[in-house]
Design a protein around this ligand. Sequence first.
Ligand code: ZN
Ligand code: ZN
Length: 408
Amino acid sequence: MVNKVVLVIFDGLGDRPINELNNLTPLEAAKTPNLDNCAQEGECGVMYTLGRGIVPGSDTAHLAILGYDPEKYYHGRGPLEAAGIGLKLQPGDIAFRANWGTVNDDLIAIDRRAGRIEDGTPFVNSLNGMEIDGVKFILEPSIGYRAVLVMRGKGLSYAISDVDPHSTNKKIKPCTPLDESTDAKFTSNVLNKFLEKAHEILNKHDENKARTSIGKPPANYLLVRGAGKHIDLPPFDTQFGLKACCIAGGGLYKGVASYLGMDIIDIPGATAKANTNITGKFEKAVELVGDYGFVFVHVKQSDNFGHDGNYLGKKEFIEKIDVAFKIFQKLDKETLLIVTADHSTPCELKSHSADYVPIIFKGSGVRSDQVNTFGERACSNGGLGILLGKDVMGQVMNLLGKLEIYGA
Ligand code: ZN
Ligand code: ZN
């Protein structure tokens, strides 16, 4: 019987048949002897992460697969982003993702990343801790032009609109409430006051004067989006009795994992980009699974190729993953290895879709089936049948022999 788990999620791996690939998906067209071997030894199936006809975001999809029903536990993206940079929030805090942006005198966004500014710390220092109408504003720098903004106080709601116009040459729209509640009205109001005040301070900021004098765009507006409300979740180890860690490059995935109380393991060269150190991640997973009991490994770039519509890049990246995947042959039989994706990102759509993704469970006690290749359609013939994302942890607990009987 298995007694520990490695869960590997390839972001946006699923795809649709592509003419130029002889009507195969990038995963089906890729040469993947090691993944195929895993499919052959394991039990396969397909998964609708959130359900049929629901297009998963990466955040909600990961929550579901990790056993946290997003309907109950998801309250917007911001808190996950905050967790990703190690910011400790209090229940009721409203968190946002934020960019340092450049606006002109008419408040038209001319650069959403202020020339990809490398360090927003001087601006953070000038705005952090401001209080308006009893609400405290906490700002924390993230990588480069990114930051996290937190509103702390009574009567706050996350049912409010984004201020970030999401594209350039658009005017900044004030934040508006998205429901009828007084909390949403109050929150959007106070946020608008803060952003106006911040804009004033940033316009006069010495650092921005210095930037403008050498022809760089000033960081004179805080573009916020993805409001979310922080709630305390039951930690993963108490929920499932498994001490868990996460090996990921992308901030969101570290954020989800740390939100669930997992340890975050940093690997040199885990960049969440095409040059990411996949071998290093897989090796670390093999090394740590004995200490932890549950290791979640995330690989991001497969999703980015889908968003770019680059099916050849996606296929080649999958082949690169497969070479590194051989490392998992070192796992003993008592390790349950799960391989899947959080959603499909079809190159044709350049965005996420509700198409199912393939999944493999491999390890002692798993009923291997007749599937012998890892692909969307091949896995649809597997013994696991059709799963939902929220079924995964139940399957895991069953294979670990940790489920209690229902009835007598
Ligand atoms: Zn994703
Ligand atoms: Zn995506």
